[in-house]
Design a protein around this ligand. Structure first.
Ligand SMILES: [Zn+2]
Length: 423
């Protein structure tokens, strides 16, 4: 091998030392003004010169006065007293350092001074307890208010609130950051009334979460939609509002999310049924009929009716198909859908018979059991979820609700609390 055949690797740039991201020297840090020690003053000839004593703030003033007194004592020239003044100075310094430390400590973690502790103490709302880090009491409140028994699905919501209510400011390297507690009562000075900010307020839920659920319904992404509905329910369960009027709005959103969750679950259940066999077909036809029962927006109910009508028609259940077509025509809406409904209606009217007898009475009022997906006709015993109001056959009393996955069906409950009067 010759020298020409050897290839040396190209040497890159040397690594740069890391640069400071935040130029802290520019920041407006609160700085405690330092005063000269007694010895420095003595050396500078400042001893006894009153106007030279720097006054930083009220807190230091007493010590300055003591220093001044000590300085005057020293001026007397009495050796014993001078010594004493010198020792006193030392004592003073220690006291100062200690009292500073105690102050910081009490501001951060002392009894009654941390916002996190105040939040839990000031509020009967589960959300405020979660924000304060008191998950245990939050769960007790939820259990009492809405019969919540399974808290695992609420974990993301708990952590979301806990994290959103604090900001951290890194101060010195090696020391813990400064914690800032974010309040929703920004103008409140009474420590008995301070409360934390709760992320995902009603406006966000109405304009983001519910719209996402509607979008999923429109675009037939029901699995995703079901997840969004459940997340919305959990956001509403652990929340806080600022007026009594908003409590009504929140309850309305809870029932909307619950209706959509039930509807989507019904349709997903239908899609999971195998296509063969008469029993499966019967169940499939029933579920598609029940899908039209939950109280959805008219545009979405038309989609459900359309699906049910087509399925009934292709399986020669003309009577059911006719009832769905009539309901679609009564609802009105897009001309394309109504045209199809009219055509099917015209065909079905010639022989309005169901080929397969299904458990669906088109003339009766009923709710759909959210546990078994079967009808609960009015008058028959049922139990509801204390939180989302979904109905279940009474045999499911004591089980965890399938809609919210948190609450016990038929549990004794005082009702959801989202609002503290007087705030
Ligand atoms: Zn429920």
């Amino acid at each position: 091998m010759t020298e020409e055949q050897m290839k040396l690797p190209t040497v890159g740039q040397p690594l740069q030392p890391p640069k400071a991201i935040t130029p802290t020297y520019k920041a407006n840090w609160p700085v405690k003004a330092a005063s000269h020690s007694f010895f420095e003053k003595a050396l500078l000839g400042e001893v006894g010169a009153e106007d030279e004593i720097p006054t930083s703030n009220g807190f230091d003033h007493d010590e300055n006065a003591e220093e001044e007194a000590a300085a005057k004592d020293a001026q007397l020239g009495e050796e014993e007293e001078e010594d004493a003044a010198g020792w006193d100075m030392g004592d003073d310094l220690n006291v100062e350092a200690e009292s500073d430390f105690v102050n910081v400590d009490s501001a951060e973690a002392g009894a009654g001074s941390s916002d996190a502790e105040l939040w839990a103490r000031n509020s009967p709302l589960a959300a405020d307890h979660v924000a304060g880090g008191s998950f245990e009491t939050a769960m007790q409140l939820l259990n009492r208010q809405v019969g919540a028994v399974d808290f695992a699905p609420l974990k993301p919501r708990f952590l979301e609130i806990y994290q959103a209510t604090k900001t951290y400011l890194p101060a010195n390297a090696g020391l813990p950051p400064l914690i800032n507690y974010v309040r929703r009562t920004v103008d409140e000075i009474d420590s008995r009334k301070v409360l934390p900010i709760i992320p995902r307020d009603l406006e966000t839920i109405a304009s983001v979460d519910l719209q996402e659920a509607y979008g999923a319904m429109r675009s037939n992404k029901l699995e995703e939609g079901l997840k969004i509905c459940k997340r919305t329910l959990h956001s509403l369960l652990v929340n806080a509002v600022s007026t009594q009027q908003q409590v009504g709005e929140a309850k309305k959103m809870i029932s909307t999310a619950s209706e959509y969750a039930t509807a989507m679950a019904l349709e997903l259940e239908r899609r999971s049924i195998p296509a063969d066999g008469e029993a499966n077909l019967k169940r499939s036809l029933e579920l598609s009929a029940y899908f039209t029962i939950p109280k959805l927006e008219v545009a979405h109910r038309q989609l459900a009716l359309m699906a049910a009508m087509k399925l009934a028609f292709t399986n020669k259940n003309y009577s059911s198909a006719l009832s769905f077509a009539n309901r679609m025509l009564a609802n009105g809406g897009s001309a394309k859908l109504l045209d199809q409904a009219k055509k099917i209606k015209a065909t079905c009217e010639r022989s309005p018979q169901d080929k397969l007898d299904i458990e669906f009475d088109q003339f009766a009022e009923f709710d759909v059991c959210a546990s078994s997906y079967t009808p609960i006709y009015s008058g028959s015993p049922s139990a509801s979820c204390p939180f989302d109001g979904s109905k279940h056959h009474s045999q499911y009393k004591g089980k965890v609700c399938r809609v919210c996955e948190v609450c016990e069906i038929g549990a004794p409950a005082s009702g959801i609390r989202l609002y503290i009067s007087g705030t």
